[in-house]
Ligand binder design. Structure first.
Ligand code: FES
Ligand code: FES
Length: 174
């Protein structure tokens, strides 16, 4: 049996309990700069939801497997739960709230409504952020390709056929 290590001093325990110090960062979200104090370990998803009250990006698994937290950084899809907020300083972040004005929804948002592409709606912001990027990337030649490039976005309600129909409809309009 190994010998126990040295006991933590009162000072060490206090420092451990305090945790890492917050750092001041500026995030550009949907074209607006926000100053916030976050611990270096805070994810972009928590910074958006807990610090900035931007709750469009959803927390499903919080471990990179469901896609509910999908946002764009510099126009590319990222999983906000696996991205550190501090790593986004100086880069433009786009969330579902910044996709289009509320009075004038994005064509993909309209297509999701028209094609009944959701039930509970929890996965929908992530699905839409992925779908818009997918259309811009041009990965929409057929159902198999759409399925493959949307495979990071899980829908527990299994609205997949309707989600693909919405994507095809927007593809065919353009
Ligand atoms: S919450 Fe980020 S992938 Fe599930
Ligand atoms: S609509 Fe319910 S999880 Fe996708």
């Amino acid at each position: 049996m190994s010998a126990p290590g040295p006991a933590l001093s009162h000072q060490d325990t206090t420092a451990a309990e305090r945790g890492p110090h917050p750092v001041r960062i500026t995030l550009s979200i949907n074209g607006t700069a926000h100053d916030l104090d976050v611990e270096p370990r805070v994810s972009l998803l928590d910074a958006l939801r807990e610090h900035l009250a931007l709750t469009g990006a959803k927390k499903g698994c919080d471990q990179g497997t469901c896609g509910a937290c999908t946002v764009w950084v510099e126009g590319r899809r990222v999983l906000a739960c696996l991205t550190l907020a501090v790593a986004c300083e100086g880069r433009e972040v786009t969330t579902i709230e910044g996709l289009a004005p509320e009075a004038e929804p994005h064509p993909v948002q309209r297509a999701f409504v028209e094609h009944d592409a959701f039930q509970c709606g929890y996965c929908t912001p992530g699905q839409i952020m992925s779908a818009v990027a997918l259309l811009e990337e041009g990965h929409t030649t057929g159902d198999a390709e759409i399925k493959e490039w949307m495979s990071g976005n899980i829908c527990r309600c299994a609205a997949y056929p309707n989600i693909r129909a919405a994507i095809r409809a927007v593809r065919d309009q353009t």
